[in-house]
Design a binder for this molecule. Structure first.
Ligand code: HPA
Length: 271
């Protein structure tokens, strides 16, 4: 099985690693991986079956080590459905985290805000999602080894982990918004009409990732926590620019807050 092969390759490269929490780093948020202590970094190219992230701002390595006192396995570089390689890549990445021992994943991403009062630089904890990708990473024959044909998405974004993150945010004094993340396929940004539509539907933030990872993770029983770094207001809400360069710049500016939140969460989790 491809996932078992990748997991075996990780164990061979990092014998003794026992990660509890997997981390997925979003566009421009790769810096968190540099804070991992006793790090062992494995390029995706050296892990059989691993995808090659094609987007600028995504490095493509798995970094194992300790963060906030907890053993982590950090995917520095994600794959997006819009890259055109389907969702095999996201299944491989997330299921490998599960097979090497992770019990939870922390998903991070850059996103546009649909609430004017939650501006660029804010961090939004994901409370729930709306999947408008037009696809689902579990389409195809179900692999019963990982999970059921029809997994529940109730409380997909784990209430207990969210409470822990809120507590951690209070402790380190970083403001934390909370809301519903809506995923479009991309890669074009939304139209103003699409932004109005998803506001009406109850979304608070919009992006092109994260939801497939959450679905695959819940399917195989991983607990999920999500944080979106707000890089811009959705088109038509503000008059700011929306572009990938802007996303990378704004994500870099907010990365310090995200890193503090992630470390504080892990400290809480490890207690
Ligand atoms: N839309 C979609 N994806 C994004 C955005 C946005 O406004 N900002 C960052 N990623």
């Amino acid at each position: 099985m491809p996932v078992e092969k990748a997991a075996a390759a990780v164990r061979e490269r990092a014998p003794g690693a026992a990660p509890r929490v997997g981390i997925v780093l979003g566009s421009g948020l790769g810096g968190l991986a540099d804070r991992i202590e006793d790090a062992v970094a494995i390029p995706y190219a050296e892990l059989p079956g691993f995808p090659r992230p094609g987007v600028h701002g995504h490095a493509g390595r798995l970094v194992l080590g300790r963060l906030g006192g907890v053993e982590v396995a950090c995917l520095q570089g994600r794959v997006h459905a819009y890259e055109g390689q389907g969702t095999d890549g996201v299944r491989m990445l997330i299921r490998t985290l599960s097979r090497i021992g992770c019990e939870a994943v922390m998903l991070t991403c850059a996103a546009g805000s649909l609430r004017a009062e939650v501006g660029p630089g804010s961090v939004m904890m994901i409370a729930d999602h709306i999947n408008l990708l037009g696809t689902n990473p579990l389409v195809g024959p179900n692999d019963d080894e990982f999970g059921p044909r029809f997994p529940s998405m109730v409380d997909a974004w784990d209430p207990e982990l969210r409470a822990m993150l809120s507590q951690a945010a209070g402790r380190v004094g970083v403001p934390l918004a909370e809301g519903v993340y809506c995923a479009f396929l991309g890669p074009s940004f939304e139209t103003p009409a699409e932004v109005r539509m998803i506001r009406t539907l109850g979304a608070d933030a919009v992006g092109m990732s994260t939801v497939p990872e959450c679905i695959v993770a819940r399917h195989c029983g991983l607990r999920v926590l999500g944080m979106a770094v707000i890089t811009n207001l959705g088109v038509g809400i503000g008059d700011g620019e929306v572009s990938h360069d802007q996303t990378l710049r704004a994500a870099a500016a907010a990365a310090a807050d995200l890193e503090r939140l992630a470390v504080a969460f892990l400290e809480e989790y490890g207690r």
